[in-house]
Design a protein around this ligand. Structure first.
Ligand SMILES: [Zn+2]
Ligand SMILES: [Zn+2]
Length: 493
């Protein structure tokens, strides 16, 4: 008889609080949750009401409580309600409730938990100090939703390069699995860039082991970027004979991959059989019968797919009736010592006489007339670059700079690039010199000079790869981009 009881309380001017609490308790005992909650609301015992409604899953009723009774001073209660809404998946209620909070950190956390990125970014716009707190979970969320490219960007923004690298590695490996080799190449390029970035942020790497490990990773990623980029063309040639790649480019490309495969372990999914097959077919077409024979001989040593055997046997037989030579235009005069090299040197991509590594165009994989040099050890990067940029009374031609007769050329020792002193650096024509800058004290900048100042060579500003001007311009005209790194580029010259 609650009505009679409350009338009695009123008449005696007593406090109705205790009576109402008893009433609510009896409603709870009768399992009448909604009525009990209403009674608790009347007494101002919101916490009890929230627990009853929340535990019973009465979300609409709970939201009604929030709207009617709660203000920003009820922070703890608001958070309690939000927890219930989140638990029941009522994110819209959670977000609306969160708007009652004045504490930005808590509010942001609720938006992040609710994955309400729009609201979270709004807070980020007004309070830039929260950016990092938003970028990381957003990166995670993007990665969970297979949006790895964007995830990678946000990891970097959040100052979490390790996570960015993890995602990139995953992307690269996935692209390889899907035979999407050109994309894999792009990811390996980004990986090498991130390694340099990571190294440049570590001002004093105490463990040299760590540094060496990173540097060797950098080398691996750089070469993988090139290999997968090259292999994309070979793979397309084998699977689709109507390739757009000119045969000379394709032959150079296959050679570049093959020489690597003959001396190193295969990167995943790069097939020696496909590479040799491509080389054999194309070299025959270009009348490079010596190279063609070499490719067929290597193919015969490999276990071939059944359906290929007859074609390969026939090809190998036909090429034996041809002269065992490659046309002169495919032989490679060494940029340093002038020795005429065979088209393919199975041991390495170097001169057979002086061992200088050949620098290849990142488009056609043709040997470029470029020589890498290093400044004398006591010349800093800054000084070296200043000397190279200054204008002397007279530039020396690259030929004079090198003084070839004095170069220490011997194939017994490991090759060392020519060393330039201050005078040579000063006299070098800046138009003939290329500098690959890494902007990182742990990775030395690389210096290259044209063997012949009239050679038209272009270096991409972004990926710092070299190209013949003609092929660069052709690519940029067609696609507007560097063919290696696919970044928008301008015509040279
Ligand atoms: Zn040489
Ligand atoms: Zn590029």
């Amino acid at each position: 008889m609650w009505d009679a009881a409350s009338q009695l309380v009123q008449e005696n001017n007593d406090d109705p609080h205790d009576l109402l609490k008893k009433k609510a308790q009896s409603q709870v005992d009768r399992n009448d949750v909604l009525a009990a909650a209403t009674t608790y609301e009347e007494v101002g015992e919101y916490s009890q009401a929230i627990d009853l409604l929340g535990a019973g899953g009465w979300d609409d009723r709970l939201y009604n409580l929030v709207e009617t009774y709660l203000t920003e001073k009820h922070e703890k209660l608001i958070i309690k309600c939000i927890e219930y809404f989140k638990k029941h998946g009522k994110m819209n209620y959670a977000v609306e409730t969160a708007k009652k909070l004045s504490n930005v950190t808590t509010l942001l956390q609720i938006y992040l938990d609710a994955q309400n990125w729009e609201e979270a970014f709004k807070i980020g716009d007004s309070f830039p100090q929260y950016h990092e707190q938003i970028y990381l979970p957003y990166g995670n969320w993007l990665a969970m939703n297979d949006r790895y490219d964007e995830a990678q960007e946000y990891y970097t923004k959040a100052g979490r390069p390790e996570d960015a690298i993890k995602v990139l590695k995953f992307l690269a490996s996935n692209s390889v699995t899907q035979n999407s080799f050109k994309r894999a190449a792009c990811y390996y390029q980004s990986l090498s860039r991130d390694i340099v970035l990571q190294l440049s942020e570590k001002t004093n790497i105490s463990q040299t082991l760590d540094k060496n490990e990173q540097l060797s990773l950098l080398k691996t990623y750089q070469i993988y970027a090139k290999l997968y980029y090259a292999y994309d063309k070979v793979y397309k040639f084998v699977n689709d004979p109507f390739t757009m790649t000119p045969p000379e480019h394709l032959m150079n490309t296959a050679k570049f991959i093959l020489v690597y495969l003959l001396n190193n372990t295969n990167p995943r999914k790069i097939s020696k059989t496909f590479t040799l097959y491509c080389l054999a077919k194309i070299s025959f077409k270009l009348k490079c019968f010596k190279t063609c024979r070499f490719a067929y001989e290597k193919l015969m040593q490999i276990q071939l797919p059944l359906e290929w055997r007859d074609t390969i046997d026939l090809g190998a037989m036909v090429v034996r009736s041809k002269p065992m030579t490659d046309p002169e235009q495919f032989l490679i005069p060494c940029v340093l010592c002038g020795t005429v090299n065979p088209f393919i040197n199975p041991k390495e991509n170097r001169c057979v006489n002086c061992c200088i590594p050949f620098i290849l165009s990142a488009h056609s994989f043709e040997v470029l007339p470029l020589i890498q040099f290093v400044p004398l050890s006591n010349i800093s990067n800054d000084e070296c670059q200043k000397l190279l940029q200054s204008e002397p009374a007279l530039y020396s031609t690259p030929q004079n700079l090198f003084n070839f007769s004095e170069l220490d050329i011997s194939n017994d020792k490991p090759y060392k690039p020519p060393i330039f002193n201050r005078e040579q650096l000063l006299q070098a024509d800046p138009q003939s010199v290329f500098i690959r800058k890494y902007k990182c004290s742990h990775v030395p900048d690389e210096y290259y000079i044209k063997r012949d100042s009239s050679a038209n060579i272009v270096m991409c500003d972004n990926c710092q790869q070299f190209f013949y001007e003609e092929e660069w311009n052709y690519q940029v005209l067609i696609t507007g981009r560097c063919s290696f790194c696919t970044i928008e580029s301008k015509i040279a010259g």
